[in-house]
Write a new protein. Structure first.
Length: 167
């Protein structure tokens, strides 16, 4: 028979369903003793933002989260022979000024990246995403959990509140 302490799952609320919030939620999904809820202010994930490039250690971290195949599908990593060639801007050819060998990097539209992350989060089956939940404040006292208050006049309790709501 399990004790109450063995059955309790630490409740983590992540306010912000953007890139940072979803990656953090994916990382936490590896721990079955956590209950993770993502609260996103928007009504759904949308195509917003410009292009971005993920380099070096971030590439390694995303691979460790099991995202390599999904990200390769939208932007293959460059091969070892890929390089930039710098030339005078007003000439299509000419003397090579120099080159830079590329380290592993993924480049894609922010919306593509966000949709891959959202799909991965949904497929974990253990993370809940709540839309239309703009955090306006939180409260806590020494004997109770953190209460997150949303603009729609609802609230949620958690043990740990993480702000990932951008700038």
């Amino acid at each position: 028979m399990s004790s109450a302490s063995e059955q309790y799952r630490l409740k983590i609320a992540i306010c912000g369903g953007g890139i940072g919030g979803l990656i953090f939620a994916l990382a936490l999904s590896q721990f079955p003793d956590l209950q993770v809820d993502v609260y996103e202010a928007a009504g759904q994930f949308r195509e917003i933002g410009a292009g971005l490039t993920i380099w070096g250690r971030a590439v390694t971290a995303l691979k460790r989260l099991g995202l390599e195949a999904r990200l390769q599908a939208i932007s293959p990593l460059p091969t070892e022979n890929s390089k930039f060639e710098f030339r005078k801007a007003n000439r299509p050819s000419g003397k090579l000024i120099g080159d830079v060998i590329l380290s592993p990097a993924w480049g894609f539209q922010r919306s593509q990246f966000l949709f891959v992350l959202a799909d991965a989060v949904r497929q974990t089956g253990c993370i809940k995403i709540h839309f239309g939940k703009r955090c306006i404040s939180f409260s806590q006292n020494s004997t109770s959990p953190v209460t997150v208050h949303f603009k729609d006049e609802t609230s949620a309790d958690c043990d740990i509140l993480v702000g990932c709501d951008g700038i």
